[in-house]
Design a protein around this ligand. Structure first.
Ligand code: CP
Ligand code: NVA
Length: 337
């Protein structure tokens, strides 16, 4: 596990000032840059002193609807909610899409009467935005076809713990311009990091998200590049990130994509273009021999399990911030903490 330090001067009251109570986290863009930083600070504090935060979700009930499979997201939400004293209900929605049995607006209007928060993993991004439109309680995007904000925030925490200041970090994302690419571009841009994305032609990130990330970057001093040459994107990078070539729901395109994406595999040769100290990142699940070689993902440079661990800490921070309005209830830091 990586050593984690509490940012100097950080205290419970600091967090309480930065309330995002009652809001949603559907896109990275739902948090201002300073709110994103605050969530990462809180997650770092929760990682170091989890016992200080026990009880911060007592009395809160959160429902999780998942239309797609999950290991990390489901378990880190359930374990995180449990460790904060809240209660999680998991609804397996893999057999039918939300909105098929009854309208999404009716689902939302039911849920808001019973629970305090909604976590959604969906195919259509619009399912998440529609539930959020009709529910008066916080909605968290646990992956849609457009974004995976919780993962990207955990990844930013991982980068911060390796390199301290995100404004000095050069991240390369190689592969499909998918949900992961979108949230990483927005998170890097918001937090001042540089990101270079390399995809095959025709698989670039959405131009709307790219423009939004570039606009954000202009205000934070970050840089966002979208390229087609993987070696150019990786050159001098501090971290090289990849994701599956066929996302959940694209399984029937897997064979075709395997041919198209082959030059984008993160293997020793491509990784050698990165900085000497570079780390390898992947949100998982990974397919060794496709988007990444075993020689890279199973090497000492790989931080994929640090990323997976940080899902827990980041999601706990997100839940406390959205459901509690800051962490004013957690006990003051004791002298010997
Ligand atoms: N990275 C991630 O979201 O993993 P799961 O699909 O297992 O939740
Ligand atoms: N892009 C991948 C991410 C999995 C965590 C997918 O949507 O399947």
């Amino acid at each position: 596990m990586i050593a984690t330090t509490i940012p100097p001067g950080m205290s419970p009251s600091t967090y309480a000032h930065r309330s995002v109570t009652g809001r949603n986290l559907i896109s990275i863009q739902d948090f201002l840059p300073e709110e994103l930083s605050c969530a990462l600070e809180l997650a770092a504090a929760m990682k170091v002193r989890p016992s200080d935060f026990r009880g911060t979700l007592v009395g809160k009930q959160i429902v999780l609807f998942f239309e797609k499979p999950s290991l990390r997201t489901r378990l880190t939400f359930e374990a995180g909610i449990n460790s904060l004293g809240g209660v999680a209900f998991f609804v397996d929605q893999t057999q039918s899409r939300m909105g098929e049995r009854e309208s999404l607006s009716d689902v939302a209007r039911n849920l808001e009467r019973w629970v305090d928060g909604i976590v959604l993993r969906t195919f259509a991004h619009e399912t998440v935005t529609t539930i959020a439109q009709y529910a008066s309680i916080p909605v968290i995007n646990a992956l849609s076809e457009l974004e995976h904000p919780c993962q990207a925030m955990a990844d930013m925490l991982t980068l911060q713990q390796h390199f301290d200041d995100l404004r000095d970090v050069k991240l390369a994302y190689i592969g499909d311009g998918n949900n992961m690419a979108h949230s990483l571009m927005l998170a890097a841009a918001s937090l001042g990091a540089s990101i270079s994305v390399a995809t095959p032609k025709g698989y670039e990130p959405s131009s709307t998200v790219t423009n939004a990330a570039m606009e954000l970057a202009a205000s934070t001093g970050a840089s966002v590049r979208v390229l087609n040459d993987p070696a150019e994107a990786v050159a001098g990078a501090d971290a090289v990130y990849t994701d599956v070539w066929a996302s959940m729901g694209q399984e029937d395109e897997a064979d075709e994509r395997r041919q198209i994406f082959a030059p984008y595999q993160v293997n020793r040769k491509l990784f050698s273009h990165a900085a000497k100290h570079a780390i390898f990142m992947h949100c998982l699940p990974a397919h060794r021999g496709d988007e990444v070689s075993a020689s890279v993902i199973d090497s000492p440079r790989s931080v994929v399990f640090d990323q997976a661990e940080n899902r827990l800490h980041v999601q706990k921070a997100i839940l406390v911030l959205l459901l509690e309005g800051g962490v004013h209830r957690f006990p003051p830091r004791s002298a010997n903490a």
